[in-house]
Design a protein around this ligand. Structure first.
Ligand SMILES: [Ca+2]
Length: 343
């Protein structure tokens, strides 16, 4: 099989035509194709184009990625489509893989690099979970969820389905008592401690998938406790990034269950000291707790605030500005906090 394909490629590389047909043009011309006398299951766009090339009766191919149909067409209906014909194929194959991707003929697809993804490596990975499934290593990536108009940076830990970190807190130095604008856009350094930004969380979680939010809290450098939230997403800024999730459960391993302190905040809007959306008319909960968060009303219902001031190993100070997580973590101080998404 490989030898045959290499022979095909050799022929292709000697062909003069190098016209590159972009995705848009491809779709436009595929509408012109008629007499598609043959419909078959394809494995990829590249596979489809090679099948057409190998078939002397085929002058045009059309690839529908969902459900993976390859149409091999013997004719082109209108005059303005006739110029395409067979000539698109060599050019398409030569330039098909973008952004440093290489054509992997043995698997009929492009191998992408450096955080790119898609049929022809034409886009950034949507999130770290996609990068995990493409076998990318742990590091900072530029990602671009489908809703985002431009990429943004995030730390990806490529274990357990790929972790898209939205908050990393390992040191009390990074101040979390910030303005609405700072919480909206993010702050800190994605190589270390940071908050990714509410807008970024909105873009990441409104993807129609069951996004899992995982919250991990450490009381010492040795032990960590985790709680998971399913179908997690937040609304957009016009709803003040309202909090949604469908269910929750703790880490099932002995000694690793954190407990659920977030359910009282379900449906609540995000607040900061300069933007009070907590629903408690008597005070600003973000001011009391000296951080942004989804605070319920009244403020006293708040069972956890992992964005408060970090403490030392040991007991919680009792000061409302210090981070806490009462259910079931209790009166322990928070030393480290990590929050990440798994798509
Ligand atoms: Ca208030």
């Amino acid at each position: 099989m490989r030898k045959t394909l290499l022979a095909v490629l050799t022929v292709l590389s000697s062909t003069v035509a190098t016209q590159f047909v972009s995705e848009t043009v491809f779709r436009q011309y595929s509408l012109c194709s008629t007499d598609c006398r043959f419909v078959t299951r394809g494995r990829s766009k590249i596979h489809c184009s090679l099948q057409c090339y190998a078939d002397s009766a085929c002058v045009f191919w059309a690839w529908d990625s969902n459900p993976g149909l390859c149409r091999l067409c013997a004719n082109v209906a209108e005059e303005n489509c006739a110029e395409i014909g067979h000539a698109v194929l060599p050019g398409y194959l030569r330039t098909v893989c973008q952004n440093g991707g290489t054509l992997d003929i043995s698997r009929w697809r492009c191998s992408c690099f450096a955080g790119f993804a898609g049929d022809v490596c034409q886009r950034r990975i949507y999130d770290c979970s996609e990068g995990f499934h493409l076998n990318y290593p742990t590091r900072v990536y530029e990602i671009q969820p489908p809703l985002a108009t431009s990429p943004f940076s995030v730390y990806c830990r490529m274990t357990f389905g790929g972790r898209t970190y939205i908050a990393t807190r390992t040191h009390p130095d990074l101040q979390f008592n910030r303005t609405w604008e700072e919480y909206k856009n993010g702050f800190g350094n994605v190589s270390g401690d940071y908050w990714i930004g509410l807008e970024q969380i909105y873009l990441l979680t409104n993807n129609g998938l069951d996004n899992e939010l995982k919250i991990e809290i450490r009381n010492s450098t040795d032990f960590h406790f985790q709680q998971y939230y399913y179908y997690f997403r937040i609304s957009d800024e016009s709803s003040y990034y309202q909090l949604h999730f469908a269910s929750t459960k703790p880490n099932a391993q002995p000694g690793k269950a954190l407990g659920d302190s977030l359910s009282p905040a379900l449906g609540c809007r995000f607040s900061t000291y300069d933007a009070d959306h907590d629903g408690d008319d008597t005070e600003n909960c973000a001011l009391r707790h000296q951080s942004g968060w989804w605070f319920p009303s009244p403020c006293n219902l708040t069972k956890g605030n992992p964005l408060g001031r970090l403490g030392q190993p040991g007991m919680w100070s009792g000061n409302p500005e210090d981070a806490f997580w009462f259910t079931d973590f209790g009166n322990r101080a928070l030393l480290h906090v990590h929050m990440w998404l798994v798509m």
